[in-house]
Structures are given as C-alpha cells and as structure tokens.
Design a protein around this ligand. Structure first.
Ligand SMILES: [Zn+2]
Length: 117
C-alpha cells in the first residue's frame, strides 16, 4: 500500500512547513489526486487517520480533490476527458486516429493547501 508512504511524505512536508511558521497542529490538508495517479483516495484517508492518531495532528481533515483525466490528441490536437487508464489506448473520440495522447492533467498528485494553527 503505497498510500502509507505518500501520507508519511505529506506529513513530513507539513511538519517542515509548520516548524518554519512556528505552528504545531495541522487542521486541514488538501491534496489534488489525478484520476490515473494510481492513488486510492479511500486508502489515503485511512492512512492519514492511522498516521495522525496520537500525534498533535489528530483530527485534521484530509480533503482529496479528484482531478479528471484530460488528454490531448497528437493527431487533431483537441482535448477531451478520458475515462481512466484505458482511454490512453483507445482511438481518439474526435478524429478516430490512434497515434497517442499528451496527458493534460490526471496524473498529478500534490499538496494543494495546508492549514494549521
Ligand atoms: Zn484526434
């Protein structure tokens, strides 16, 4: 379960930021999670709860914002919303070409916001 190490990194980053600002308790974390980032939001929430229990951050809210997959066809140059990993292997819904896509968004995973007191 790589979500455990992701949450652990999130908390490392948060602790570093909090220390810089002389804050001690995390209240809210917002992460952006792309549709094909291979991160399972439910596992993330569970790991967050496990890793914050018994720490000053216990009770902090983890908010996962799901970012839909957006692809740009290399043939017609148009962007469209994909339906998951398999969209990468299907012909373009707009021009039917099958020459690959650039991923506009949907692969990312990052901390968007930290709130602390
Ligand atoms: Zn196309």
């Amino acid at each position: 379960m790589h979500e455990m190490s992701l949450v652990s990194s999130i908390l490392d980053i948060a602790n570093e930021e909090l220390a810089k600002r002389q804050l001690t308790r995390l209240t809210r974390v917002v992460v952006h999670c792309g549709q094909i980032s291979n991160v399972v939001a439910d596992s993330l929430l569970l790991c967050f709860e496990v890793l914050t229990t018994g720490t000053p951050h216990q009770g902090a809210v983890l908010e996962v914002v799901n970012i839909p997959l957006s692809l740009r066809c290399r043939h017609c140059g148009q962007s469209f919303t994909g339906e998951g990993q398999e969209s990468l292997w299907l012909p373009c819904p707009l021009c039917s070409a099958q020459c690959g896509y650039d991923i506009v968004q949907g692969k990312e995973f990052f901390i968007q916001q930290l709130e602390a007191e």
